[in-house]
Design a protein around this ligand. Sequence first.
Ligand SMILES: [Fe+2]
Ligand SMILES: [Fe+2]
Length: 286
Amino acid sequence: MNEDTPIVARRVDLGFPTDVPRHWAGDPVFTRISDALSLLFPAGEAFFIQAVNHYKDRIDDEELRAAVRGFAYQESMHSKEHAAYNAMLEAQGLDIGWVERSLKTRLGIARRYMPPIMQLAFTATAEHLTATMAEGLLGALREQEQLARAHPRMRALYYWHAVEEVEHKSVAWDVYHRVAHGGVVRRLIAQVWVTTLVLINVSLAAGWMLYRDGLLFDLTTWRRSIPLLWGRHGFFTRMVRPFLRGFRPGFHPRETPVPPGYREFVRAWDGCTDALAASEQALAAH
Ligand SMILES: [Fe+2]
Ligand SMILES: [Fe+2]
């Protein structure tokens, strides 16, 4: 475990009022990609928890056992909050129930027929992906004006979620390598698989929501969004290299440094135990 980023069990209940603007992040494409990810989280994180828990009785190291418990707590709290957020999207008139239902069915099939070691490899690399996104987001919260304009409650959700993804990013990785001895080749296959599935699922869901917004074929929207997301210093462009590091056979998620904004959030949380207030205070501290 990393002493710099210990796993903390935080109880969070943000509540999502329906008056959150439809394009809460300002940019519609960025908003809908975030929304699409949110649709994947409840079923995805439930899958991750069971994949890791399958091996928990084989863990001798007390520290890793405690980390697995912390990981499960954090992921179930994320699922709960993202389910509430997804319900808000439905209440705003977006018919996106099919995204969650179809993912749940597919993951149910995977749970039944995929060997547990492959489910764990899948989880370890998916956690590397979420940690990469979390680290990218924490950096961007400070640098990109775009996010400064995001709705505070939504920003708090993603800030808190990102902080906890950093804290537990190596748990599934360590269980996979140190306990299940799953090997590098399987992990690399899983990384290609996870990347492809996430890209397809997020593109389909985000595309659907943009279609419902009447913006999918709106060139002005894309002309503004593409540089912001995929330009030279774009939000996603900057995540590509850190994510690809996972393909190095000897890579470990703890190699990447503690991202900016992490400590500010943790300190603020300790003082108020409220995600919204902690997020605002942490951002003001810069
Ligand atoms: Fe999570
Ligand atoms: Fe996670």
